[in-house]
Write a new protein. Structure first.
Length: 360
């Protein structure tokens, strides 16, 4: 079981490779207020959020509101609770996190999910969070998916634990959550990077904290013609189309900054052993990008352009057209879809552990 010690005010932050911190105002400080930090989904890649958090804290940036989906909701809630030392809290959690801390096998007689949410509940309880969303230091919204209507649900008040569990309830993997007479599953189903929620919340600009490869154009290579690789490619195409569509819509109205994380691949969905590498890469990559960023009105500002757009970041660049996802060759190959039969005790049913590329 993971044990978390409350970070001390005087404890020195973990040292990591990073670019030079800015000595003057950066592009993020030039963004019109209020600024929404939008924290995306991504499962084990949520460790990259921690590195981005270090880069932003070192440069004195604090958003006016935080909106998160799935693992981004959990990380975002911790940041909203501890805005002056969020990266320290998150660093402690992620560098000690193991599969059993999140995905715990349980009795599956109801066949609702492969895992129980006991581990996630314990993780939330150890994160120094208040009971209600309204008591967070920074306004916060968790995005979930209404299982009946398929519409996104913006959970911005009431019980915090149930909101986080709902936002992270991966269909079939973690149990759905009943809240206020409605049933919710993972927000990433409908809003993997919930920038539209920021527009609806009245943000004047948006800073996107993604997890990595799903937000950057992958190299144009052809996947192996096997069932798992083909299914994985189709999932990535759908995911990237959703993200690009939403980013383009919001960037037509607001300055929309997508921070790079330096993450180029997906670890196995249960493998939290890469957290330190992901944190270090994101801290360095996001920090360098922020130091060079220049804002000039509405548009999409990101480091790695698609084939039909130009990178934003200097004052003389105008917003470009969205990427044509139908013609763009994409191929970030996720893990093969496999299943393993495992048993925790003789009286427990066997559970099928599905290996997919994107969780939480």
């Amino acid at each position: 079981m993971m044990r978390l010690a409350r970070p001390q005010e005087s404890a020195p932050p973990r040292r990591r490779p990073r670019g030079p911190a800015s000595t003057g105002p950066t592009g993020l400080h030039a963004l019109p207020r209020p600024v929404a930090a939008v924290v995306g989904a991504g499962g084990v890649l949520g460790a990259a959020h921690v590195g981005v958090g270090h880069a932003l804290e070192e440069r004195g940036f604090v958003p006016d509101m935080i909106i998160g989906t799935s693992v981004g909701a959990l990380n975002g809630a911790i940041a909203a609770a501890h805005p002056d030392r969020a990266a320290q809290w998150l660093d402690l959690i992620w560098t000690e996190l193991r599969r059993r801390d999140v995905y715990r096998l349980g009795y599956l007689s109801s066949r609702v999910s492969l895992f129980t949410d006991r581990g996630l509940r314990r993780l939330i309880a150890r994160a120094g969070l208040p009971m209600r969303i309204e008591d967070l230091a920074v306004p916060f919204t968790a995005v979930a998916t209404d299982l009946l209507t398929g519409a996104p649900a913006l959970l911005d008040h009431g019980d915090l634990e149930s909101a986080l569990l709902a936002s992270a309830a991966i269909p079939g993997v973690l149990p759905p959550v009943d809240r206020g007479g409605r049933t919710f599953v993972d927000g990433g189903v409908i809003a993997y990077v919930p920038v539209l929620a920021a527009l609806e919340a009245g943000a004047a600009s948006v800073v996107v904290v993604p997890t990595g490869p799903e937000s950057a154009p992958p190299p144009p290579t052809v996947p192996r013609l096997r069932a798992g690789a083909i299914a994985a490619r189709a999932a990535v195409l759908m995911l990237r189309h959703q993200i690009e569509r939403d980013l383009w819509e919001v960037s037509r109205h607001l300055p929309t900054v997508v921070l790079p994380t330096g993450t180029e691949d997906w670890p196995a969905p249960w493998d939290f052993g890469h957290s330190q590498r992901l944190i270090d890469a994101a801290s360095l990559t996001a920090g360098r990008f922020v130091d060079a960023l220049r804002i000039d009105g509405p548009g999409l500002y990101r480091a790695e352009p698609g084939p039909n757009e130009t990178p934003k970041g200097t004052a003389d660049m105008a917003p470009k057209e969205p990427v044509d996802m139908a013609s763009e060759a994409t191929s970030q190959e996720m893990s093969h879809v496999t299943s393993e039969v495992t048993s925790e005790r003789s009286s427990q049913r066997s559970a099928h552990t599905i290996r997919s590329g994107v969780l939480l």
